[in-house]
Design a protein around this ligand. Structure first.
Ligand SMILES: *Cc1c(COP(=O)(O)O)cnc(C)c1O
Length: 416
């Protein structure tokens, strides 16, 4: 996909617009698969929350991926996209027992992350196998909002509670078929992964009927040219070898599972927006675009960096710009970044816009959410339409007779 392909997409579908390159998604999937060549049974379960457009889910299904889901609605989306129930794992946090029962009734794999629900679920449905989410208490991840395995985290069952967990399993006679962890996002140090994996292996020895061990996700991807990223090849070599040794000790060929989101889709995504205004103040040159954190919240929410390219003037002289959105509060995408000279009307491209971008978009400021386009086999395919005013108003109930406009009240009193 070239710059001119992207510009053509902005022309055809308008701006702002999200674009996803299927080839990049496929190559990332193959890269991770190849890194774990030495393992007999590998299962990648794509984390749907990163990018949940149904056509993207269908693409993942066609690659042989499973699906990691965190809400009953994601489970339903996955089934609608053609995933078999047994290819879907439900890994929620803090949801009701009823929601977990609903997922179990749909036949998907269940992952439970607290003792309270484990005990209730096990007592009622001892015949349904369950995976348990362990919190190994390892500090990992890019920042505190995305680190989920540490001691103060709300996720998982603490390794210090294993004795209690074992009592519940024993008393309910439930079947534990998997052990799981997910310690955070943007984990760079594979040593952290390997260390946490040892804790999982140690935990796994307590259960006789395991089918899989799920090592979660959190691979860091590059956010700009030459940026650091998780060395998945090295992780693959080291963890595969350790995993195979464990399986020998355990006496069964288990499945090694991962649930990558960002790794599969982040770099495949591009967000295109037009510059409405270039404003020079005493200290800064602002480029204001026809979008805001309602469409791409990561910079404002996480302090995430998205590289920005001026597609309309790629050879122009580089100058410093602050790229800002139209939301009526602080809405900064990037501060004082070198970008090829910007003129009003230029199309800017935000990179790494595949993961946690569209799925976090909202209608704040009563704006429409943008369309999504898949670039597949040298063709642009619209996979979500731009919203319209009807979408904004759809579920609102306009109680027309509840309040009389003040000018009508006045008219009424004059008549009297
Ligand atoms: C969000 C999430 C993932 C995906 O994390 P990435 O950093 O996007 O790869 C995997 N597993 C669980 C349980 C998650 O909640």
């Amino acid at each position: 996909m070239t710059h001119s392909d992207l510009l053509q997409i902005a022309k055809t579908y308008g701006d702002p617009v999200y674009v996803y390159d299927s080839e990049k998604i496929i190559s990332q999937f193959n890269r991770l698969t190849n890194a774990f060549n030495d393992v007999k049974h590998l299962k990648l379960n794509y984390a749907a929350k990163a990018l949940s457009n149904i056509t993207i889910l269908r693409l993942m299904n066609s690659l042989g991926s499973g699906l990691d889901t965190v809400s009953i609605q994601e489970v339903q989306l996955g089934l609608l996209a053609g995933f078999k129930p047994e290819s879907i794992i439900f890994t929620p946090n803090g949801v009701s027992l009823e929601e977990i029962e609903e997922a179990a009734a749909l036949g998907v794999r269940i992952n439970i992350d607290n003792l309270s629900v484990l005990e209730q679920f096990g007592s009622k449905h001892p015949d349904v196998p369950v995976c348990i989410r362990i919190n190994p208490h390892v500090m990992a991840g890019g920042n505190t909002k995305i680190s989920v395995g540490h001691i103060d985290s709300k996720f998982g069952i603490s390794i210090h509670q294993i004795p209690h967990l074992l009592r519940i399993v024993d008393l309910t006679k439930m079947n534990i078929n998997g052990i799981h962890m997910h310690t955070g996002s943007d984990i760079l140090d594979i040593g952290v992964f390997l260390y946490a994996s040892e804790i999982l292996f140690e935990t796994a020895k307590n259960f006789k009927d395991l089918d899989f061990i799920d090592f979660g996700s959190g691979f860091k991807v590059p956010y700009k040219e030459g940026d650091i990223e998780t060395n998945v090849e090295e992780l693959g070599k080291k963890l595969s070898s350790r995993f195979n040794t464990f399986c020998k000790e355990y006496g069964k060929e288990l499945t090694l599972a991962f649930e990558p989101g960002k790794f599969l889709v982040s770099e495949a995504g591009f967000f295109l927006a037009k510059v409405n205004v270039v404003k020079q103040t005493t200290s800064t040159v602002f480029a204001s675009i026809d979008s805001g954190f309602n469409h791409l919240i990561r910079p404002m929410f996480y302090g995430a960096t998205h590289q920005i390219i001026n597609l309309s003037n790629p050879k122009g002289r580089e100058r410093y710009y602050s790229v800002v959105g139209y939301i009526c509060e602080t809405d900064t995408f990037a501060s004082n970044k070198r970008i090829n000279e910007i003129t009003e009307g230029d199309i800017l491209c935000f990179r790494n816009a595949g993961a946690y971008c569209f799925t976090m978009a909202s209608n704040y400021n009563s704006r429409f959410r943008p369309p999504e386009v898949l670039w597949h086999q040298d063709k642009a395919i619209l996979i979500r339409e731009r919203e319209t005013f009807d979408d904004l108003i759809r579920n609102q109930i306009d109680s027309k007779d509840l309040f009389i406009p003040i000018h009508k009240k006045k008219e009424a009193s004059v008549v009297k």
